[in-house]
Design a protein around this ligand. Sequence first.
Ligand code: OAD
Length: 237
Amino acid sequence: MTDPAALAERLRDAKRIVCFSGAGLSAASGLATFRGDGGLWRQRDPMTLATPGAFAAEPELVLEWYGERRRRLAEATPNAAHAALVPVTNITQNVDDLLERAGASDVVHLHGTLVRDRCHAACGYDEPIDPADPPVAVRACPQCGAPMRPAVVWFGEALAEATIDAAVEACTAADVFLVVGTSAVVQPAASLIDVARDAGATIIVVNTESSAASDRAHHEIIGAAADVLPALLSAED
Ligand code: OAD
């Protein structure tokens, strides 16, 4: 465990800080983590709903679940950790838009976003969604007629190549790589930590408990992101 104040000075000299984040970043905004105690949704493990198979078998149920998540997102607000990350390059596994709403512009969404829908047949059509008023019925893609779906990456689906390229480019350019609020067990996302480490970045892990990223950390801070990051990234001496 390392003291955030002691590391803050090292960060002030950094040329390119990149933050790789997961659900723990948005926990203080009231959005559930994946492997926390969010529990079942209508007797279903949410992980079984985030799949192409579930969408094929029970599309309305899947859209209802996303509808609930989107409405919760509409009510959520960015926390102090999102605000602290505004000046850095962000690679996030989160599908919420709280970094952008805090003011961040340099954000790679590895697993897509809840605030857009896209054509399930990947014809290229996508459109913005108002999370406060999400679609809950299956709609046809206006371009090709296939069903529309949330523009997120489901289990069993590949990440977009351009997204991976942008993430790897940022990892390679980082001299400081923050790993915030992620269990670091989902691939290929978690392997980005090794890409940054192999390219020479200092790895700083921030999490409320130890994780699969712990053994790759040069420094590990055990604490809540909203408490730790403002101190870590403060521009003040
Ligand atoms: P997880 O739920 O697996 O992990 C959340 C991590 O955040 C855990 O390690 C917690 O200890 C930590 N945590 C919780 N509250 C925190 C806080 N306030 N401050 C700091 N850390 C905190 O979520 P992810 O790692 O994001 O993929 O999960 C990765 C991917 O698995 C997700 O993007 C999603 C999921 O299945 C897809 O949807 C493809």
